[in-house]
Design a protein around this ligand. Sequence first.
Ligand code: ATR
Length: 280
Amino acid sequence: MKKLYGVIGNPIGHSMSPDIHNASLKDLGLDGHYHAFKVEEDDLEDAVKGIRALGIQGINVTVPHKVSIMDYLDHIDESAKVIGAVNTVRREGDKLVGYNTDGEGFVKSLMKVLDKPISELSFLMIGAGGAARAIFTTIARDIPKKFDICNRTLEKAKQLTESTPSFHNKEVLSIKEAEERLEQYDVIIHTTSVGMYPNVDDVPLSLQRAASSAVVCDIVYNPIQTALLKQANQKGLKTLDGVGMFVEQAALSFQLWTGREPDIEKMRSIVIGQLGGKEC
Ligand code: ATR
């Protein structure tokens, strides 16, 4: 019988997840279908009951349900607990189990552009929201040389650093302070929505003082080449666009559900085709 998968969120109309998951199911000859479901915040509990009753095998969870869905699941995986959010649900027998593949997905895309292990590198994170938390807690597990966080609201950055009590080499900075000491960092990761369509000319900070060997990552993928990545390219820095994290987190969810590895490059070209963009 055809297995069912999907994504719940609101808004969800522009989600590219159905395209990449359905293409991967077809490619691997798996009899399944992936659908996007718009779910209002007040309907989340009923939606989870529906997932149970209809025998849906796997669900991705996106804004605004990543935190609130945790109340309705039977079990939460350890790393999703640390992140404090779930982006993937897998049916395990009669139980629904929550996972988070965002941090792992980012790290997998990052490892493709790094030439040193995380333990030998200094990181700067710009932003302290949900995506930042997933990335920070995942990278902190590998004990980088340093991992500082700058954010518009300092208190939120402070709360994020407190989520990894066993990792010590971290500081909270204002965006201005981070700009002034930018040459210290090997990897700069931007996780806010600054520069996202339609505000495509906005940058979160100036890269003027970045080291010439720095890697600049942006998790925004619409546009693929954000103003921050353009600035990095102009300085001759290595860059990582947000499509990498998007497809890697999707591939990890797909693997959790099917036990099969989808073709990442094909997923990437579908997303790039949909965005009508060029690679940077
Ligand atoms: P997500 O789950 O996508 O990470 P979020 O949890 O709402 O989204 O977090 C948004 C992040 O973008 C926060 O770091 C936010 O900064 P504040 O903590 O100060 O709110 C940051 N952000 C959003 N809009 C911003 C802007 N115009 N300038 C600077 N930072 C911004």
